[in-house]
Design a binder for this molecule. Sequence first.
Ligand code: SDX
Length: 428
Amino acid sequence: MSAAGTFTFGDKTVDMPIRKGTIGPDVVDIGKLYNATGCFTLDPGFLSTASCESKITYIDGDEGVLLHRGYPIEQLADQGDFLETCYLLLYGELPTASQKADFDYRVTRHTMVHDQMTRFFNGFRRDAHPMAVMVGAVGALAAFYHDSTDITDEKQRMIASMRMIAKMPTLAAMAYKYNVGQPFVYPKNDLDYAANFLRMCFAVPCEEYHVNPVLARALDRIFILHADHEQNASTSTVRLAGSTGANPFACIAAGIAALWGPAHGGANEICLRMLGEIGTVDRIPEFIARAKDKNDPFRLMGFGHRVYKNFDPRAKIMHKTCHEVLGELGIKDDPLLEVAMELERIALTDEYFIERKLYPNVDFYSGITLKAMGFPTTMFTVLFAVARTVGWIAQWKEMIEEPNQKIGRPRQLYTGSPQREYSAISKR
Ligand code: SDX
């Protein structure tokens, strides 16, 4: 705690403590404001509002810095693997070799889902969007795993957390297989997380599936890049749902639903469609003009960010990974990549984007990479959800363990009708 800020409202003055974080902006603790002055604050998009205190992830939007428990994303993506990042996000420290081996073992042995889930899937249309299937299937886990829904029991919280992290790739692969009309593929315990997911998606019963280690490593890195990102919209959704005491499966299902939005995790799917719609480099000026036109709802998908006003550090690593994957697959002169790189070059020299500090975000190059790996565009946000599950779980766990945790219940500025009397329909 440090000096207090003073707020004067009419004839009332109230001192509000200013709290300092380890790094980053200070906050004014306005918890007493309403009782002291009878007024609320209003900040619909949370542009100036911190919703919680957290030790998990720090973003410096001006410098393009992303830290998980203090470790730069570049180092985690370059030197570690996804399950190591999961351990770090959940427990706050990098694991020792034995802790990592134990964590990998526990996650691997929770990858199967209750076989009754296959009948649950059969209720969907084959052409359902995989994100719609994931919202349903993940929420339905609460109907299968009753023994880990009591959030007051730390052991049950830990089991539910491991189940979520372990089963998301299996459910995601099932959603894909169901969509393409192929049989589900069971996880294999001798494969690591990303390799297992690739095999569950692309193996068929008719032949052996050999995981390409370069693609598995690239996908593992893509999972790391998407693991957590402070209090983004879907994480805030999970925290709010969790604050009511809802079970973790329901909270993660709510997070998946929020992530699906085109302004959030759904942007990777739309970004690739946009690159396809642009088609060739010569059509880029037309789309740049549309992005700048206030009367046109079109936005440059994969560009801009609420927090990053510099390069999204994940976008740079994603770009490098994109070239790695295309190179491994022998894809030369990918027209989508050519359009993406030229679009980025032009946008970064255009006053409109410079003035608004709009840079490529994590979604800009992910679609090209995932498409090259064989994933349909409808699966891009599903992969984002698979990776982000650990971030949602870590933030949910932190919220639940908060000693003064309260149900989230914002207030409002009411601008509707003052009280009035009911009139009979015959008199209206
Ligand atoms: C993710 O929060 C997170 O951390 C999210 C995420 C995570 O890991 O969880 O990082 C993942 O969601 C990345 C973002 C993916 N979304 C997109 O790529 C969709 C396209 N981007 C935009 O919709 C937008 O940039 C947002 C939603 C990402 C951010 O919106 P803000 O912060 O509310 O900014 P804004 O809409 O107020 O825009 C500020 C200005 C506006 O112009 P003016 O009214 O000031 O003239 O910039 C313009 C906007 O019109 N603008 C864009 C633009 N993004 C913002 N103009 C054209 N194209 C764009 N992409």
